[in-house]
Design a protein around this ligand. Sequence first.
Ligand SMILES: O=C(CO)COP(=O)(O)O
Length: 247
Amino acid sequence: MGRKFFVGGNWKLNGDKKFIAELVDCLKKCNLDSNVEIVVAPPSIYLEYTKSIVPANIEVSAQNCYKIPKGAFTGEISPAMIKDIGVDWVILGHSERRNVFGEQDSLIAEKVAHALESGLSVIACIGEKLEEREAGQTEAVVFQQMKAIASKIGEWNNVVIAYEPVWAIGTGKTASPQQAQEVHEKLRKFIKDEISEKVANEIRIIYGGSVTGANAKELAKEKDIDGFLVGGASIKPEFADIINAKK
Ligand SMILES: O=C(CO)COP(=O)(O)O
């Protein structure tokens, strides 16, 4: 069986109830490819609201969570709480969590492990910075990020890997289909060697970084690109074109 194409919309710190209602309405009116798994990630305060208005073909994800079910951790939310409101996904290790909030590989790995143990599915993000790419370290960086996660988890069924080169996020500088494919292929080989052939064949590796309605189709043709994690364009009507990139 092939890997189901996966398109996530990471709304980041954007939207309010009115905006979300309009965006969801707009998506409802579009003819979205039924072969695509669609997940939108609103700010945590709007998770329950978004969940209450999305149609059945759109799932909802948190953008982050902590590594512990409950306790004295002011400002955090836990996988148990996310599950409690009927949401089944969480994004972890996003480059903004890593680079703006200083999250390290080890914390991200613990979060991924705890989220999976709690029954959430995880979009685990990895990706190199511009200076790392220019220094020829792309592979080493993404392998290290993968290794950290692999050291803490044993089951990959509920994981989607999002390769998001930091230099392409929010910059309008998309990786070319070849650049993205090259890293996705290496990641799949790494997973085959370090985890298992089965996981390598089954796991979805999606691309993120300035994906638009205009460039999604070309990227989607690459054999190891199994979908997208979209930022800016996910809060615009063109998100529908990205979902339909394979149509
Ligand atoms: O960070 C991203 C998705 O998680 C990508 O953001 P942009 O699509 O805005 O570049």
